[in-house]
Ligand binder design. Sequence first.
Ligand code: WQD
Length: 339
Amino acid sequence: MRKILVTGGLGFIGSTTVVSLIENGYEPIIVDNLSNSKEMVIDRIKQITGKEVPLYIIDVCDEENLRTVFAKHHPEGVIHFAGLKAVGESVEKPLSYYENNLLSTLTLLKVMKEFDCRNIVFSSSATVYGIPQRVPLYESDPVNHATNPYGETKVMIEHILMDTQDAWPELNVAILRYFNPIGAHPSGLMGEDPNGIPNNLMPYITQVAIGKREYLRVWGNDYPTPDGTGVRDYIHVVDLANGHVATLKKLDTNPGVVIYNLGTGKGTSVLEMITAFEKATGKKVPYQICPRRAGDVAENYANCDKAYNELGWKAQYDIVDACRDSWNWQSKNPNGYNK
Ligand code: WQD
């Protein structure tokens, strides 16, 4: 398998994965509708790899245009990143999330079947576990009801993929449940560039460090955790990208459906992250303790033994590396990809 269609390939995780694919001898083709990315990322990919990656600015829901891309490139595999992903927004606009995330996947699978493209890696999320009954989380833990429509779309898509594989046994499906992606490509040329006020912790921290935001609001310090603040499993985006490459190699063995947690196996609290960032960058991060954020859980981190045992993959970077790389990106790109 060499030609890989990457939906959402200009995004934070998608673009980092495209670079990793090229570095590992694959030929990526990008489809992206620019709803949460910038076209100039294709230039950064070329700057890093020297490669011209075919780019199609289309929506994965657009069956005719998607079919044209398959007809031209005949990809042997797909990595499906494209989708709306803001938890809070999904609560306000559930229909948009169900329509976009489900319809894009249904359209993609229909066209894949037409062109006998038999391999798909799906960008799922730890949010499918809902409120964890225990930590660390294992792939065998129940995937019942996510705590928001965004997470619910991920649960539904996992079921769509498994049912499709049941009916199409030649299809290979890898479901990757990401924990909390942070960091940036070490070149500083690509990184996280959220629209508007960042929801996630790391981009908010880097915007405080660069002076764009006055201080970090720490959402609650009364959780049942060592220092009272929320604990998450933060994984460097380059580790995440490399996990996708390792997964493609697994799909070459025709495994049917495989599911992996992609995390570090270690929990880090908000206050620990602030300390790590200040240590890695020398930048102070002023913060204020605020009330809990609705929908947050106390602790959420992964057991990643399965990915190590079956893929030979495990995270190589720690949170200090990720803080360093996030700051390198933000300090070189104070306004993200906007000039
Ligand atoms: C992390 C911790 C917050 C911001 C979400 C999605 C998940 C995935 C990753 C898509 C929590 C605290 C945060 C801030 C804070 N996305 N925090 N102040 O909520 O664990 O996961 O993003 O797949 O699906 O649910 O990530 O970065 O928002 O929060 O104190 O300004 O940082 O309370 O403890 P989260 P996060």
